[in-house]
Write a protein that binds this ligand. Structure first.
Ligand SMILES: *[C@@H]1O[C@H](CO)[C@@H](O)[C@H](O)[C@H]1NC(C)=O
Ligand SMILES: *[C@@H]1O[C@H](CO)[C@@H](O)[C@H](O)[C@H]1NC(C)=O
Ligand SMILES: *[C@@H]1O[C@H](CO)[C@@H](O)[C@H](O)[C@H]1NC(C)=O
Ligand SMILES: *[C@@H]1O[C@H](CO)[C@@H](O)[C@H](O)[C@H]1NC(C)=O
Ligand SMILES: *[C@@H]1O[C@H](CO)[C@@H](O)[C@H](O)[C@H]1NC(C)=O
Length: 428
């Protein structure tokens, strides 16, 4: 036993130093709540070794609760068998930085199948522009997502307009935002005389063949879907519990003042009334726009409260991330997200993040085209009129408090870059 102990310790120490990841291990494990170790039969010697390792780890200050083995046991108990596939939903709202964060996963490499806003088609079909979302809409979203995670595009095809012919379309929304839909073998040659040209980012591909897309999807181990259209986390329960899948949900949130500022720029024409209000300093309290803003904030908070309360169906499967933290520490947050997803953080993904978030010395001059993500994420403070920041604070107060976004009492604080509007906060 002593020999085993020593061997296990040496193995452990070696592993830790080879990876030189001791800091990361403790940092990541610290974020998970303390829990009793699982019962492992003592006659199983490999299990005993793992127990020893666990104890050693806990002596070293790391908490071994988010243990793959424990999850495997839970999965066995649930009869879960995803055949090694992993499914990640990046759940966000518009203008919260989800396209950017989605790239962290889209750029993972050849074992990732990433879809960008497939529910766009479903929304367009189901909702009139002014239509309110209702639970039956959520269940349509969920069913389409569930099929997509299983590489079945038939649910989505029904909502694409014009309807795909023989499972082929030229009309998939933002196909070019998905690396796997523009890569071989899904990118087919363009036959000029038969089809319109269909563009991907750096190459031209023939129309999208869903049969090929499905085959490609099945051949990849990791599946990620980004969506700003899932509103209520609880509507996802049936597919999180689907034994054919191994789902993780990352809820991405952003300061609602920043979101409003960004929407006012991106959807300028829809925000004329807001601009007028800001100009006369008269903001109607009982306006439909106000109710919508408050409703959005409340929905985000309700989902986050559910996720953070760790109901058993979401245990180890939910993570809340603030966009601002990603902007400040992109590599560290990416590492944490990959760790949570149980997917190796590939060198391709690392490279993409490095290139797109950090400004290098030479590049930081006037000629820099690369964004410093942290600076970018603070720009809104100079574009939002103070009156509107106050309105958001009033309507979204509880949401901002939960997520650690500090209120500002005057315009100088709003526009003073050396005052952070972010509380340091760890979400369990
Ligand atoms: C999981 O499912 C796959 C295919 O559905 C099957 O081939 C495999 O044997 C199953 N594995 C377990 C452990 O049940
Ligand atoms: C919910 O949406 C569906 C689909 O658009 C619609 O048929 C149904 O009437 C709506 N239900 C409510 C209660 O609004
Ligand atoms: C789509 O791809 C499948 C699989 O390769 C192929 O059998 C089918 O003929 C293709 N469909 C069209 C319309 O080209
Ligand atoms: C962005 O710029 C700020 C200050 O200008 C700096 O402190 C920070 O380290 C930079 N962040 C990145 C990710 O390069
Ligand atoms: C910004 O805030 C810092 C820290 O509170 C303060 O020292 C500085 O004077 C402020 N700058 C302006 C321009 O108000």
């Amino acid at each position: 036993m002593k020999f085993r102990c020593a061997m296990a310790f040496i193995t452990f120490v070696t592993l830790v130093f080879i990876g030189s990841e001791i800091k990361m291990v403790s940092r990541v494990f610290d974020k998970f709540p303390k829990k009793q170790p699982t019962n492992i039969p003592l006659d199983d010697s490999s299990a005993t070794e793992k127990m020893v390792l666990k104890r050693l780890l806990s002596k070293l200050g790391a908490n071994f609760s988010h243990d793959q083995e424990e999850e495997e046991q839970e999965d066995l108990a649930m009869n879960r068998n995803s055949s090694g596939h992993k499914h990640v939903l990046l759940m966000a709202t518009t203008r919260s930085g989800s396209s950017f964060v989605g790239e962290f996963f889209n750029q993972h490499g050849e074992n990732m199948f990433y879809l960008f806003e497939p529910l766009w088609h479903v929304e367009r079909f189901l909702l009139s522009p002014a239509g309110a979302r209702n639970t039956s809409v959520s269940s349509v979203y969920r069913d389409v997502l569930q099929k997509l995670f299983l590489c079945d595009f038939s649910g989505l095809e029904k909502f694409i307009s014009p309807p795909p012919q023989q499972h082929v379309t030229t009309d998939l929304f933002r196909r070019e935002s998905s690396v796997s839909l523009c890569d071989d073998p899904v990118c087919t040659p363009v036959i000029k005389h038969v089809f319109e040209r269909y563009h991907c980012k750096n190459r031209q591909c023939g129309p999208l063949n869903f049969t090929l897309a499905s085959e490609s999807c099945l051949s990849k181990q990791y599946h990620t879907i980004k969506s700003v259209r899932v509103i209520h986390l609880d509507t996802l329960k049936p597919f999180v519990e689907d034994p054919r899948m191994d789902v993780r949900i990352i809820q991405l949130i952003r300061d609602p003042r920043a979101v409003l500022a960004s929407r006012m720029v991106a959807f300028s024409s829809q925000y004329q009334t807001w601009k007028a209000w800001a100009q006369d300093g008269q903001v109607p309290e009982d306006d439909v726009e106000m109710k919508r803003l408050k409703g959005n904030c409340d929905h985000i908070r309700v989902s986050a409260e559910l996720g953070l309360s760790q109901p058993s169906w979401l245990k180890h499967r939910y993570m809340l991330v603030r966009y601002e933290d990603i902007a400040r520490y992109p590599m560290q947050k990416a590492e944490e997200m990959y760790k949570f997803m149980g997917i190796p953080f590939s060198s391709q993904a690392r490279e993409w993040i490095l290139k797109n978030t950090y400004t290098t010395q030479e590049a930081s001059g006037v000629y820099s085209t690369q964004k410093n993500s942290s600076e970018q994420s603070e720009k809104w403070r100079f574009s939002i009129p103070f009156t509107l920041a106050q309105v958001v604070q009033e309507l979204c107060g509880p949401t901002m408090k939960l997520f650690g976004y500090k209120f500002v009492e005057d315009e100088n604080t709003l526009t003073n870059n050396s005052i952070s509007l972010l509380e340091d906060k760890v979400f369990y």
